[in-house]
Ligand binder design. Structure first.
Ligand code: MG
Length: 280
């Protein structure tokens, strides 16, 4: 089965709503992806609902919108749905409001945990929940070591904390043909350390909230008021898998993290469409 190429105008014509990944589609670590501004203009002119659906939990929507604006992309914060926004319903579901919560990440990442009802404590104080909000914005090794030490202490005392990472991405595009480690890699470091110390405790793992779980899509589709939608993303394992889990069509942009070669990808895990970039 060959996956056919498409274009943005064809997608706007075909679907009632459009969802866009941020990194690798609209932006990268230091600037805008090609065609981002033109895409925004065409979408606004179409009158169709469209949202940015991102695993980035390091920025509140207003902060992300301000960054896009500085880069030249004027975007309403209400169009941005982040995995950080999933912390609040998760805290609620798990009965964790008021729980002592250590957060690794920048101030906005901490704010997400606060808004979810967590009582923020430093990583060297006993905590009930460990949130990895991002790989940036804190003295990395110092706080990683402090969190690991506290984690082991709480587990040894019979009070294993809950572990959650809103953004399960392993890598992200830091520029055109430049890459960086993302928050999911940090969670893997903790899981490797936990497996070394507690080889018989496989339950000591992180809950992953963002794509490829369908929660973010459900949130955005509820805002859009339709499920006749398509997701445009650059990662098969998150954007495309999440769209399939949510039951919507998907487009793989082949200028970001995943390669255009789909030969090794099972047919059921493939995108509906391919696009080189937003401009082609
Ligand atoms: Mg991406």
């Amino acid at each position: 089965m060959t996956v056919r190429s498409t274009t943005l105008p064809a997608l706007i014509e075909r679907y009632d709503a459009l969802l866009f990944d941020a990194y690798g589609v609209l932006v990268h670590g230091t600037g805008l992806m090609p065609g981002a501004v033109e895409a925004r203009d065409v979408l606004e002119a179409s009158g169709k609902p469209w949202f940015v659906v991102t695993n980035d939990a390091s920025k509140l929507p207003a902060t992300a919108a301000a960054r896009y604006r500085r880069l030249g992309l004027d975007l309403d914060p209400d169009r941005i749905v982040t995995s950080g926004m999933l912390l609040a319903p998760w805290f609620e579901r798990e009965g964790l409001r008021g729980a002592r919560c250590a957060v690794l990440g920048p101030p906005d990442g901490v704010r997400y945990a606060e808004l979810a009802g967590g009582e923020i404590v430093p990583p060297d104080a006993d905590f009930d929940v460990l949130v990895i909000a991002d790989e940036t914005g804190f003295p990395f090794l110092d706080r990683m070591d402090a969190a690991l030490t506290t984690l082991f202490r709480c587990i040894d005392a019979g009070r294993p904390p809950r572990l959650v990472v809103p953004n399960p991405d392993i890598i992200y595009p830091d520029g055109i043909d430049a890459f960086g480690f993302a928050a999911g890699s940090i969670a893997l470091m903790f899981e490797a350390a936990l497996a070394r110390r507690y080889p018989l405790r496989p339950e000591l793992r992180f809950v992953r909230l963002g794509k490829p779980e369908p929660h973010l899509y459900d949130h955005a589709l509820a805002l859009a008021g339709t499920r006749d939608a398509v997701m445009i993303g650059d990662q098969i394992e998150t954007d495309i898998a999440g769209a399939i889990a949510a039951g919507i069509d998907s487009v793989l942009i082949t200028q970001g993290v995943s390669l255009a070669d789909l030969d090794g990808v099972p047919v059921t895990a493939r995108p509906t469409w391919l696009m080189g970039s937003l401009t082609a």
